[in-house]
Design a protein around this ligand. Structure first.
Ligand SMILES: Nc1nc2c(ncn2[C@@H]2O[C@H](COP(=O)(O)OP(=O)(O)OP(=O)(O)O)[C@@H](O)[C@H]2O)c(=O)[nH]1
Ligand SMILES: [Mg+2]
Length: 302
């Protein structure tokens, strides 16, 4: 059998479980996850390699309709992932409030003209189980194959993972060689992973509009001493948000720092020093230079 390799984009509504599914498939925490929608902001690659081929999963932001600011970028980024992938997965949660929103995802993916599969997620939510058949029919009516899973319930189920991976490899084009070194599970560097981990902890510890309006930038990553030292900045969009991120007696920022440091130590497999600062840059998402520094630009526009 010939060798196959390509990019497989994960497309769905915000909060559908795209990042959780990709992490399950590559069996590594590559993409950050939270209970809040719009967690993923730029494409994140997760790589699975076997002797038969390589699937490069492209986790995308959830689909939203907007043409300006940060949301405008999320919209463009998801569209760009559709345009630049070899094949697509329509990620459809049974927990999605409106059936039309899942139908929209199927529509976008099917009309791309690329090979695709519909993946029904969160099937562990029993009270919504009746929706599995409805979604399956929706997918099949558009000529797609339907799979269903729960990346949380089957977290440690190797057979569930392998069965899906084999289906996904079938969607990939023939390729003379792997696209990435077969040893890699992502192309993210540790500096970018660190800023995403800190942002994930902000999503977990902050509420209302705060997490949606902040960004994290690594100021210095110093590996010269015995202990890696990471200096990061949490950028908020309003002066008044600063005090909320810091919290009374700095309790909130300390908790974010502690949660992030623990996870960084797991990823880096060593103790790390983490210094967090909060700065306000009013309406930073309207500033092209800052957006570019944060990686919130479409690559082809560079
Ligand atoms: N019950 C259940 N919850 C899940 C499952 N998969 C993901 N979740 C939860 O759904 C929420 C959203 O998961 P994400 O993986 O961040 O979703 P996403 O589609 O990447 O979201 P965005 O990046 O915001 O577009 C998190 O709280 C997950 O823990 C699942 O199989 N079952
Ligand atoms: Mg995500």
């Amino acid at each position: 059998m010939s060798y196959k390799a390509g990019f497989l984009g994960l497309i769905g509504q915000p909060n559908a479980g795209k990042s959780t599914l990709m992490n399950f498939l590559v069996d590594e925490k590559v993409s950050i996850v939270s209970a809040k929608p719009q967690t993923t902001r730029r494409r994140i690659l997760g790589i699975w390699s076997t002797e038969k081929g390589q699937v490069v999963f492209v986790d995308a932001p959830g689909l939203i309709n907007s043409d300006s600011g940060l949301n405008g970028f999320l919209h463009q980024e998801a569209k760009d992932v559709i345009a630049n992938s070899d094949a697509l997965l329509a990620i459809l949660s049974i927990d999605e409030a409106k059936a039309e929103d899942n139908e929209k995802v199927i529509d976008m993916v099917a009309s791309s003209g690329k090979p695709w599969i519909g993946v029904i997620t969160k099937v562990d939510i029993e009270e919504k189980a009746h929706r599995i058949m409805i979604l399956k029919k929706m997918i099949e009516d558009r000529g797609g194959k339907a799979l269903s899973t729960s990346a949380t319930k089957y977290k440690d189920d190797i057979e569930e993972r392998e069965a899906m991976l084999i289906e996904f490899l079938e969607l990939m084009p023939e390729s003379p060689a792997p696209l990435y070194d077969a040893e890699l599970f992502t192309n993210e560097n540790i500096r970018d992973m660190a800023s995403e981990i800190i942002r994930e902890k902000c999503f977990e510890n902050l509420h209302h509009e705060i997490p949606y309006n902040l960004a994290v930038r690594i100021i210095k990553f110093d590996e010269s001493g015995p202990l890696p030292k990471i200096y990061a900045e949490i950028i908020v969009s309003k002066e008044s948000h600063k005090a909320i991120v810091i919290g009374k007696g700095a309790t909130v920022i300390k908790k974010i720092g502690m949660d992030a440091r623990k996870e960084l130590e797991k990823v880096m497999d060593e103790k790390v020093f983490l210094d967090l600062n909060v700065t306000a840059k009013p309406e930073w998402f309207g500033n092209k230079r800052i957006m570019k520094e944060l990686g919130y630009v479409i690559e082809s526009e560079d």
